[in-house]
Design a protein around this ligand. Structure first.
Ligand SMILES: Cc1cc2nc3c(=O)[nH]c(=O)nc-3n(C[C@H](O)[C@H](O)[C@H](O)COP(=O)(O)OP(=O)(O)OC[C@H]3O[C@@H](n4cnc5c(N)ncnc54)[C@H](O)[C@@H]3O)c2cc1C
Length: 359
C-alpha cells in the first residue's frame, strides 16, 4: 500500500478522480454499458479501501470521511458511486463476519479491485415483504444449504465474482452467504433498462437447487440477520449521502448559470443554505450525534434532490431537456431515491412530503 497513492478526503487526487468520473458519466446510458474503466480508476486510487478497517487491509476511513468521499464521488457520477456502495456493502458484510476463512480468501482481491462482489439482500428488508413467503428459500441439508427462488435486485451481478445473498428458511430464520457468482445452479438474469442508472446492470439472480456448503455462511441462521454486522443497511446515511452528492452536482450547475443570469441568484442562495445545513447534519449523524435523526435526514435529502435537480433543469430550459444533457440525467437519477432502500417509514415520509402533509 504505497502511501503516495492514498487519497484523503481533502487531497487534490480526489478532485482529479472525480473530474475523470464526471467526464465519463455521459457514456453510461443503457444496461449494455458498465463503468469498467471508472471502477478500474477507483481501484487504482485505493477507493475500495476507504470503507474497510485497517486490520482487514483497508484504510479505515472514519464515517465522516466516508461521507465526504461519497459526496464528491456521487456529485461526479452517481452510477459508479452507487455500484461502489453495493460493492462496499458486500465487502463490509464479509469483513464483519466471524467466518475468517472466507475473509482471508475473498477480501484481499476485493480491496485491490482484482475481483468484484455485490449484494442481493433487499428481499430480506425492502422488497417482496408483502408476499408472505421467502423470495429465496434456504433448506438445511447435510453440510450446508440448498437455495431456491430469486434475489430480485442485484446490481452488477453479471460482473460479479462473489454474491453476498440473503435467504430465509421455512422457520423464518435468515442466512447471509458469500457465494461464487457462477455455477452451482445460479442464473444471472438480464439487467433491466431503468429510468436511470441502467448501467448499474441491476437485475435478478435465480437459484435452482443451488447447494451452498456451510463454509459459505457469513452470518446466521438467525432472526433478522441484516440487523447484525455492518454494511448495506436500509434507509441509512449512505443513501442520503448519495442524494446530497447528486444535489451538489445540480447546485454547482446553478452557480455556473447565475454568473450569467442574476435572476437565479436568490433561489441558488436558498439552495446553498439548505445544502450546507444538510451536509453538516449528515456529517454530524455520521459522527454519532444523537440529535441528527437519519430518517429525518433521508427525508430532507430526498426532498432536496428532487427540487434542486428540477431547478437545474428549469435553468437549462429546453436545452436541458434534450437527451444527453446532464441536467435531464440528474432529474431521472433523483427519482432513484424514491425507490432505493426505502423501508416503510422512509416510504411514508416520501409520500407525506410529496402530498405536503406532516408525517
Ligand atoms: C436500480 C436499483 C438497484 C438496486 N440494487 C440492489 C442491489 O444491488 N441489492 C439489493 O439487495 N437490492 C437492490 N435494489 C432493491 C431496492 O433497494 C429496493 O428493495 C427495491 O427498490 C424495492 O422495490 P420492489 O419493487 O422490489 O418492492 P416490493 O415491495 O416488492 O414491491 C413490488 C410491487 O408490489 C407492490 N406492493 C408492495 N407492497 C404491497 C402491499 N402491501 N400490497 C400490495 N402491493 C404491494 C408495489 O407497489 C410494487 O409494485 C435495487 C433497486 C433498484 C431500483
Amino acid at each position: 500500500m504505497p502511501s503516495n497513492e492514498i487519497i484523503t478526503p481533502d487531497s487534490p487526487q480526489l478532485g482529479e478522480l472525480c473530474a475523470q468520473l464526471n467526464e465519463l458519466a455521459k457514456f453510461l446510458p443503457t444496461a449494455q454499458d458498465w463503468p469498467h474503466e471508472q471502477l478500474q480508476i477507483c481501484a487504482r486510487m485505493g477507493v475500495f479501501r476507504w470503507f474497510v478497517a485497517q486490520e482487514d487491509g483497508g484504510y479505515g476511513w472514519s464515517p465522516e470521511d466516508v461521507v465526504r468521499g461519497y459526496l464528491e464521488l456521487s456529485a461526479a457520477c452517481l452510477t459508479t458511486t452507487f455500484i461502489i456502495t453495493q460493492r462496499t456493502g458486500a465487502c463490509r458484510r464479509i469483513a464483519s463476519s466471524d467466518n475468517n476463512g472466507l475473509k482471508r480468501m475473498l477480501l484481499p482481491d476485493l480491496l485491490t479491485g482484482e475481483t468484484f462482489a455485490t449484494v442481493g439482500i433487499s428481499h430480506l428488508t425492502t422488497s417482496r415483504q408483502h408476499l408472505g413467503k421467502p423470495a429465496l428459500l434456504a433448506t438445511e441439508v447435510e453440510d450446508g444449504y440448498v437455495l431456491d427462488g430469486m434475489s430480485p435486485w442485484v446490481t452488477g451481478a453479471k460482473s460479479a465474482d462473489t454474491l453476498v445473498v440473503g435467504a430465509a428458511m421455512e422457520d423464518g430464520r435468515q442466512l447471509l452467504m458469500a457465494i461464487p457468482a457462477r455455477g452451482i445452479g445460479i442464473e444471472i438474469g438480464e439487467p433491466a433498462e431503468l429510468v436511470a442508472l441502467s448501467a448499474s446492470q441491476t437485475g435478478p439472480v435465480s437459484f435452482d437447487q443451488a447447494f451452498c456448503p456451510a463454509e459459505w455462511v457469513l452470518s446466521g441462521p438467525s432472526e433478522n440477520v441484516m440487523k447484525k454486522g455492518k454494511g448495506a443497511n436500509t434507509g441509512g446515511l449512505e443513501t442520503s449521502t448519495l442524494a446530497v452528492g447528486l444535489s451538489t452536482a445540480a447546485y454547482r450547475y446553478l452557480v455556473e448559470q447565475q454568473v450569467k443570469r442574476s435572476e437565479f441568484a436568490q433561489p441558488t442562495q436558498h439552495f446553498e443554505v439548505e445544502l450546507e445545513q444538510l451536509k453538516q447534519d449528515l456529517l454530524a449523524a455520521a459522527g454519532g450525534d444523537p440529535e441528527c435523526d437519519p430518517l429525518q435526514i433521508r427525508s430532507r435529502a430526498n426532498s432536496l434532490v428532487l427540487r434542486i435537480t428540477q431547478a437545474a433543469l428549469s435553468s437549462a430550459k429546453g436545452a436541458g431537456y434534450i437527451e444527453g444533457h446532464p441536467v435531464g440525467r440528474w432529474c431521472r437519477e433523483a427519482l432513484f431515491f424514491l425507490v432505493w432502500s426505502c423501508p416503510s417509514n422512509v416510504l411514508s415520509a416520501n409520500l407525506c412530503e410529496l402530498a405536503r402533509i406532516e408525517g
